[in-house]
Ligand binder design. Structure first.
Ligand SMILES: NC(=O)c1ccc[n+]([C@@H]2O[C@H](COP(=O)([O-])OP(=O)(O)OC[C@H]3O[C@@H](n4cnc5c(N)ncnc54)[C@H](OP(=O)(O)O)[C@@H]3O)[C@@H](O)[C@H]2O)c1
Length: 245
């Protein structure tokens, strides 16, 4: 596991947007960022799940969160601009953006990959992070030490049979991270995280026969997420990192 001991006040005064905040790794990240002082904007497609996290953050006494329901599959470029304008009005700046939401699609040979599903996976995993980043850049530039984290995967760093659109979307995500990092040197930190095998619904869908209890929980992989969101990683830029190593 990546080793890092964050200060309890690491993310104070920071506003951080987390996509896919309703479940799995995004849920753990949202709560962990809030626990370290951040105001977290919870973005996801299932409002009820977001409300539960919102309540948990409130009950824990962390800074008040905000909920932004959005289905990344159906969202238009205008929807992202509306989101960015809303955040600008409410918060003035954005200190962190965690691109976490993704869908698995299906595991099957390329030859048999359903074309509609391929487009859906690309829309959620690749086009949505592009559109969201594009709309939020002006807000990220207003913060003194902003950080964008893209979420990758082992199959986004080395191709593997049957992982189809999911793996291709993660390869492209790594490319997007590198291009943005090159363009934005000295303004916004851009990095990617490969969470590694983690106990979530997506992992269970990909590996139905696996005993989930042998896997680390989303909470266990948070040190790297916290490190990249806070000032201690100020010199880390354009890196493809692993939450478990
Ligand atoms: N778990 C692992 O072992 C593992 C390994 C490598 C990489 N990853 C990556 O880590 C990230 C988190 O994965 P996870 O395992 O935590 O997955 P998960 O448990 O399936 O959670 C994914 C989250 O994304 C949200 N989401 C999916 N489609 C969406 C859409 N169209 N619009 C808005 N939100 C949407 C889901 O919302 P709902 O809850 O409403 O469905 C959910 O909150 C992903 O990028 C994944 O590729 C995970």
């Amino acid at each position: 596991m990546f080793k890092y001991t964050p200060s309890p006040t690491l993310l104070e005064q920071r506003t951080i947007l987390v996509t896919g905040a309703g479940d799995g790794i995004g849920r753990a990240a949202a709560k962990s960022f809030a626990a370290h002082g951040a105001t977290v904007i919870l973005l996801g497609r299932t409002t009820q799940k977001l409300e539960t996290i919102y309540d948990e953050i409130e009950q824990a006494g962390y800074p008040k969160a905000a909920i932004y329901p959005l289905d990344l599959e159906g969202a238009s470029p205008d929807d992202y601009d509306i989101l960015a304008n809303t955040l600008e009005k409410e918060f003035g700046k954005l200190d962190g953006l965690l691109h976490n939401a993704s869908v698995l699609g299906t595991l099957t040979p390329m030859e048999h990959y359903d074309i509609k599903l391929w487009y859906q996976v690309m829309q959620v995993n690749l086009n949505a992070p592009f559109l969201l980043t594009k709309s939020c850049l002006k807000l990220l530039k207003k913060a003194p030490d902003s950080s964008v984290i893209f979420t990758s995967s082992s199959v986004g760093r080395k191709g593997r049979a049957y992982w189809g659109a999911y793996a291709v979307s993660k390869f492209a995500t790594e490319g997007m991270m590198q291009i943005l990092a090159d363009e934005l040197e000295n303004t916004i930190r851009i990095n990617s995280i490969n969470p590694g095998a983690t106990r979530t619904a997506m992992r269970a869908m990909a590996y139905p026969a696996e005993d989930p209890m042998i896997l680390p929980t989303p909470d266990a992989i948070m040190p790297l997420y916290l490190y990249l969101m806070g000032a201690d990683s100020h010199a880390v830029h354009g890196q493809a990192l692993n939450a478990q190593k």
